[in-house]
Ligand binder design. Structure first.
Ligand code: NAD
Length: 277
């Protein structure tokens, strides 16, 4: 198979993105910024403006023709909305004779490998779950591989490492788990930050002051956690003296059932992901 023969230089592979929206843009940006040759990246999208912006910003090849992009590519990244995926796959299988030679990577939420196999046949496929901080190079992407070689896995690992960290999953249903842990999670933090900013405003700080203080504190706490080998519990204990103000606040959260509430919320996300599959 074409991709597997190119062991020597990963950068030789041509990668086509079908759907040139937000997620495609952030993966393409990560790849180009970490040295992947722009000439080996193609983006296909029905409308011109996103393509023109990608060509101007990253120097990649762009086209409005999905089939042309796929014919030229070794790796196909399916980056359209889940509800359009069936239509796109059917178009590709009808128009590209050597489709089984290609490696497929999907970023779509919810759709299981079995659904792609119905559309495309028994292709080599990686199902991924990136999260939105990939847009700023601080993402986490869960990856499950079906029928793929180690070479193909390391190729896809390097693609997504350009947007943050990768986590390899042994079982496909772990995609639902990682959706709860990282995929949906930026919104949990935003919600917590929103609640803190609301209270700061009630205390008399301006909306801008409240926003800045909460963002800076979240960034500071996350950076401390990044730079420390301590567990979250130990980091928290370090800044919580018994009988002090932080202790009082944490006990209020504990007594209100924060840990159970977070676990329930994550379980609800998993349940919803299972329903959507
Ligand atoms: P988006 O709407 O920004 O991008 C989708 C693009 O597909 C659009 O530019 C649209 O014009 C294009 N498109 C529509 N029909 C097409 C067709 N027939 N052929 C080719 N292109 C077509 O959406 P997005 O946020 O980039 O999401 C894309 C995928 O990424 C989704 O499946 C989503 O589940 C997944 N995803 C997104 C995020 C995120 O944070 N944005 C996170 C995880 C997964």
């Amino acid at each position: 198979m074409k991709l597997r023969q190119r062991i020597k230089s990963m950068n030789d592979n041509t990668v086509a993105f079908i759907g040139a929206g937000n997620m495609a843009r952030c993966i393409i940006g990560g790849m180009v910024n970490t040295g992947y040759p722009a000439a080996n990246i193609i983006a296909a999208n029905p409308s011109r403006p996103k393509l023109d912006a990608l060509a101007a910003d990253f120097g990649i090849v762009v086209t409005q023709d999905n089939l042309l992009a796929v014919q030229k590519a070794d790796v196909i990244v399916l980056s359209v909305k889940p509800q359009l995926m069936g239509e796109v796959c059917r178009q590709l299988i009808a128009g590209v004779p050597d489709i089984s030679e290609k490696l497929f990577v999907t970023v779509a939420a919810g759709l299981p490998v079995s659904r792609y196999e119905e559309w495309l046949g028994p292709v080599r496929l990686m199902r991924t779950m990136p999260n939105s901080p990939s847009l700023v190079g601080l993402g986490v992407t869960g990856i499950f591989a079906s029928r793929c070689s180690n070479y193909e896995k390391s190729f896809v690992d390097s693609m997504f490492s350009a947007t943050g960290k990768t986590v390899w999953l042994d079982q496909e249903n772990q995609i639902n788990d990682i959706t709860a842990v990282t995929g949906s999670a930026p919104a949990y933090f935003f919600y917590f930050m929103q609640a803190m900013a609301q209270k700061a405003e009630l205390l008399g700080f301006s909306p801008d002051e409240a926003h800045q203080m909460v963002v800076q504190t979240a960034l500071g706490a996350a950076t401390m956690a990044t730079q420390s080998s301590l567990s979250f519990a130990d980091l928290r204990a370090q800044v919580t003296s018994k009988g002090g103000t932080t202790h009082e606040a944490i006990e209020t959260m504990r007594n209100a059932g924060l840990e159970l509430m977070v676990a329930d919320a994550m379980q609800a996300a998993i349940r919803r992901a299972e329903e959507m599959a």
